[in-house]
Design a binder for this molecule. Structure first.
Ligand SMILES: Nc1ncnc2c1ncn2[C@@H]1O[C@H](COP(=O)(O)OP(=O)(O)O)[C@@H](O)[C@H]1O
Ligand SMILES: [Mg+2]
Length: 211
């Protein structure tokens, strides 16, 4: 059982307010959607949840602990960003292996299992540079799930995917939820998630808005 909360989470960069008084509470076994137009702060919000963006004020609490005070980098939170720094000349599998070697506790079987789940096993030995956008998206998701995080943060996971792949990824997300995971999905495409998430949180100009 894991809880993630933000309390008055605020981030300023220079004079720009990126996040403003964001109060959220995420519970187990639910799929959350973060919806909002481009630039509304979705990616920055996800980054703040996994320890990548120190707040200007306010807190991010994982299991009641302030992750920026305790300096614990949570292994419970896995994140999939669409612009991860993969190496073009390595295969998809080798890229994941490289990341797994840094994190230690991920085995080859975990990588294969993750690739299977996103239906990328056939392309695992293809060079990343030759991947289509959809394959890259799937690799991002495989990377996030290979360490079996309790909380999965997915940033625009449906970008560039054809209908069939969107269905596959949605099914995978539901399976993860049924397996006890919490999934937080950020997207600028409302149709992606309105009927799919247990809860939808709307962002505009770095803050939560009603409808
Ligand atoms: N590295 C950065 N430095 C300063 N401002 C940034 C940086 N990255 C994003 N921003 C700003 O933060 C705001 C929110 O961006 P972002 O979270 O990427 O939006 P979204 O994911 O909803 O499209 C935007 O105004 C953007 O210009
Ligand atoms: Mg974004």
């Amino acid at each position: 059982m894991i809880t993630v909360e933000t309390k008055n989470l605020t981030k300023k960069i220079g004079n720009e307010i990126i996040l403003k008084d964001v109060n959220t509470k995420f519970e187990n076994k639910k799929i959350y959607g973060i919806v909002g137009r481009n630039g509304s702060g979705k990616t920055m919000f996800l980054k703040s949840l996994c320890g990548f963006l120190t707040p200007t004020s306010g807190t991010v609490l994982i299991n009641q602990k302030d992750i920026y005070k305790e300096e614990m980098f949570s292994n419970n939170v896995g994140i999939s960003f669409s612009n991860s720094n993969y190496i073009k000349d390595l295969t998809g599998f080798e890229n994941l292996e490289l990341i797994a070697n840094i994190k230690k506790q991920i085995s080859k079987e975990d990588i294969i299992d993750a690739l299977k789940k996103v239906n990328l096993l056939k392309e695992k030995d293809k060079k990343y540079g030759k991947y289509s956008l959809g394959m890259k998206q799937k690799l991002d998701i495989a990377q996030a799930i290979m360490e079996k995080p309790e909380i999965l943060l997915l940033d625009e996971p449906f970008n560039g995917l054809d209908d069939e792949s969107v269905k596959l990824i949605k099914k995978l997300i539901i399976d993860l939820k049924n397996g006890g995971n919490t999934i937080i999905i950020a997207t600028h495409i409302k149709d992606d998630i309105e009927n799919f998430c247990d809860e939808v949180i709307r962002f505009d100009m770095g803050t939560i808005v009603n409808k």
